[in-house]
Design a protein around this ligand. Sequence first.
Ligand code: GUN
Length: 284
Amino acid sequence: MSARIIDGKALAKKVRRELKARVETFAETHRPPGLAVVLVGDDPASAVYVRNKTRGCRRAGIEHFDHILPADTSQQALIELVDRLAADQRVDGILVQLPLPAHVDARAVLARIPADKDVDGFLPENIGRLVVGEPGFVACTPAGVMRLLDEAETPLEGAEALVIGRSNIVGKPMGQLLLARNCTVTMCHSRTRDLAAHVARADVVVAAVGRAEMVRGEWVKSGATVIDVGTNRVGDKLVGDVEFAAAAERARAITPVPGGVGPMTIAMLLSNTVDSAVRRLGIS
Ligand code: GUN
């Protein structure tokens, strides 16, 4: 195996350490940054995400306001809660964990989050800001991927970058972030005709399709950097969207699953929350 393994756990730890120091300085003259987390129902994966998010807050010195609600909570009750959090001066970020139960229109609930508290970067206003290059919140997973690419000293200027997956929360913002760094970006998705040919051309591959080992190692261009956003459960193992061992034979650097992108996502959420507090209270 020749690729450098990009250690997302170590980088997330470094980011969290820097944030903790920032939070301590900030809290000397202001209240601590605050994140409100809303979880509806008992989806086990969501419960784990939310637990990790609140633990991350606690460790960084960020105040967290947890709202764990039953699955039959009405849309109206959720809207009223988000409206209260929107007006709450202690709250710098509001995160409504997705998916919401089927009887709730997630868009209608998310639309109540003010753009300047949208630390998930999910609202059209923040996505639009990213597209036109104005400051705003960037979705946490793609923001984490950019940090990993930089950590691996990936040349991006003029590089052929391939994003596999076109979700609103990963693929689309990912493409924009790479474009902003002067990559030539290709977006592939479930209807793409010859994925192998696109992968073979790419200097940078970001795989975010949610299908175990769909990207074959033998497709990867020699010297490419590969970031694997996938976390697919296969039996009792977690595997990525990329066939790791074979890809690592050819890549210059690659993220593992687990221990690559995952830890960075929460670190970026904490970072967005601290940025929000600093922006809202008008200091740096
Ligand atoms: N569900 C899965 N990932 C996420 C995320 O990053 N944010 C929210 N709000 N919900 C999610």
